[in-house]
Design a binder for this molecule. Structure first.
Ligand code: G6P
Length: 607
């Protein structure tokens, strides 16, 4: 989704802005641009191109010490050169970059047309540039002009504004779309995502909704839309530029798949308690009495986070014996849900910025629901909105297809399930089994990764398929859904997940030699049922790829992916990782652009 970078300082803005845009590329975008204040004139270079191409167009020799830049994901208007940001007013004095969407754009456009101003682009952002320029005619301060315009705007925004006649400052504001200030030494940075800042500074300030900031080289001040000054605290992020380097890997998805043993070790570090066979989750503000009082649990997320939430609900229900279920946050927020005052709601998100998940949290809070976050990105909007929760500690995830965050989400739900379970009826012996399985998990993941070549070979053998089924039961049903999602998002192969028992109610009609089925066969009490599923598929001529930690009859599978055993309820994690590698190697065999799948964005900050 869209990205913002801004700089004010003693250095040259252009290379810093371009490097920042490069760091935001992973979010997905269709055009890019920057604006520099050179003399008292704006220099704007923008086009529907990748950041690398923009860099060439910008060239060297720009000495301006202030500027702003943007990667655009089209909302109002096609991805064209004209619609790319930054946008300026007719006189070329004010440049604006904007993430989000204005709801009263049509009204503002009519107003400008009536005043004789004809916007050149189809964007809502350009309207802001014209309106701010008009306000500047009557006020001394850029901040006041921006504030006056924002008070008339409905919708979501994170914006940065540059006035060519004030080349020592930028004004930024947010309402519904993140803005982070980065504090340097005699220079200040601004971005919509810390990824663009960490090369220069670890000291950041997160703006809140309804806040503006004026930033200059050595200082910043913040205030509300109502012009009241606000006091901010500086946070030190523990992410460095090193975390975003690709190293020897050819893409981030592969790198992040291989980071999973380390990511899991980080997630459980200091959180497992052998003595009481429980977990310590310091980010939960609720005391033991409150944690015991919940009578049900509802997990909300989007995409992979939703599928993992389903697995999380199973873990919590199994271990804590509290009814638990998961729902896509997008459905929840729009269906006027009844909020249960005795329920614990959990918002799950890697980025902490997904609009639909955030809206679900806001709906919950408005109705008095108790909600915690299970989030990867520290300081993100959902984490701050929830106020209490569990951080994933997966480290920054760059690949659009989520891998290590998915695994760490499951691990965090396992720890929460253990904690809630041990407050209720989960025995010490069972709790100990879970603690030692979580300790053993990184090694089991290493074993799956060590089998990569064999998995790649199976993937390549089946890369002819235009469609595939992913079949699982109970614990393996969310795994099947996540496996199918992974395959479709990076390889564009049509993949559909089904519960094994549902096959006979329709999908079996699709089984033929052109429809391989990836069947997840866990070594549990449903083994015989799953073997029967393999038979059903084989009997209809369907190729079978069995992913299993059990012994299955050799004639029932055309290929077998073997995974290690860890613990009955945690085995789905290792199956998920095998499916990540399977999807990854099909996409590689098909020559797909792994980290930037078509039409997708890492962080979906629009509705
Ligand atoms: C996008 C990504 C998915 C991700 C989903 C939720 O659709 O492409 O990979 O699972 O957003 O993202 P979140 O950051 O909330 O986990």
């Amino acid at each position: 989704m869209c990205g913002i970078v801004g700089y004010v300082g003693g250095g040259q803005a252009a290379p810093i802005l371009l490097e920042g845009l490069h760091r935001l590329e992973y979010r997905g975008y269709d055009s890019a641009g920057l604006a520099l204040a050179e003399g008292d004139k704006l220099q704007v270079i923008k086009a529907a191109v990748r950041v690398g191409e923009l860099r060439e167009r910008v060239g060297d020799g720009h000495t301006a010490p202030v500027g702003l830049a943007h990667t655009r994901w089209a909302t109002h208007g096609e991805p064209t050169d004209i619609n790319a940001h930054p946008h300026t007013d007719a006189g070329g004095r004010v440049a604006v970059v904007h993430n989000g969407m204005l709801e009263n754009a049509e009204e503002l456009r009519e107003e400008l047309l009536a005043a004789g101003v004809t916007p050149g682009s189809e964007t809502d952002t350009e309207l802001l540039a014209h309106l701010i320029a008009a306000e500047l005619d009557g006020t001394e301060s850029l901040e006041d002009a921006v504030r006056a315009v924002l008070r008339r705007v409905d919708g979501a925004y994170g914006i940065a504004v540059l006035d060519a006649t004030r080349p020592t400052e930028l004004v930024v504001a947010r309402d519904g779309s993140p803005i982070v200030l980065g504090i340097g030494d005699g220079e200040m940075f601004v971005a919509s995502d810390v990824a663009a800042l960490v090369r220069h500074t670890q000291r950041v300030v997160y703006l809140d909704d309804g806040e503006l900031a004026t930033i200059s080289a050595g200082d910043y001040r913040t205030s509300t839309l109502g012009a009241n000054r606000t006091a901010k605290t500086t946070t030190t992020v523990d992410v460095t530029d090193e975390d975003y380097r690709l190293g020897d890997y050819t893409n981030y998805m592969h790198k992040e798949i291989h980071e999973q043993p380390t990511a899991v070790r980080r997630a459980v570090l200091g959180r497992l308690d052998d003595r009481f066979a429980t977990a310590h989750l310091g980010g939960l503000q609720q005391d033991a009495r409150e944690l015991r009082s919940f009578r049900s649990v509802k997990l909300l997320g989007c995409g992979s986070a939703y599928y993992v939430a389903q697995l999380g609900a199973n873990l919590i229900e199994e271990w804590a014996r509290i009814p638990a279920d998961a729902e896509p946050a997008s459905e929840f927020r729009y269906r006027n849900p009844v909020i249960d005052p005795d329920a614990l709601y959990i918002a799950v998100s890697q980025s902490g910025e997904t609009k639909d998940t955030l809206a679900a949290v806001q709906e919950l809070k408005r109705k008095g629901g108790r909600v915690i976050g299970v989030v990867n990105a520290p300081g993100s909007t959902i984490a701050r909105e929830c106020g209490s929760g569990i951080y994933l500690h997966a480290g920054p995830e760059v690949s659009v297809a989520s891998t290590k965050a998915v695994t760490n989400m499951t691990v965090c739900f396992a720890m929460l399930g253990l904690l809630l379970g041990r407050m209720r009826d989960l025995s010490v012996a069972r709790g100990r089994g879970i603690v030692s399985a979580l300790d053993a998990l990184p090694k089991a993941i290493e074993d799956v990764l060590a089998a990569e070549e064999a998995i790649a070979e199976v993937a390549e053998r089946f890369s002819w398929a235009a469609r595939m089924f992913f079949i699982g039961r109970v614990w393996y049903w969310p795994v099947a859904r996540e496996g199918a999602l992974k395959l479709k998002e990076i390889s564009y192969v049509h993949a559909e997940a089904y519960q094994a028992a549902e096959l006979k109610h329709g999908p079996l009609a699709l089984i033929d030699s052109g429809m391989p089925s990836v069947v997840l066969v866990g070594d549990d009490e449903l083994l015989a049922k799953n073997v029967a599923t393999l038979e059903q598929i084989k009997a209809r001529g369907g190729p079978v790829i069995a992913v299993t930690n059990a012994e299955i009859p050799a004639d029932l599978a055309d290929a077998v992916i073997r995974v290690p055993r860890v613990h009955p309820e945690l085995d789905p994690i290792v199956f998920t990782i095998a499916l990540q590698l399977f999807g990854y190697h099909i996409a590689t065999a098909l020559g797909r652009e792994i980290d930037k799948p078509r039409n997708l964005a890492k962080s979906v900050t629009v509705e």
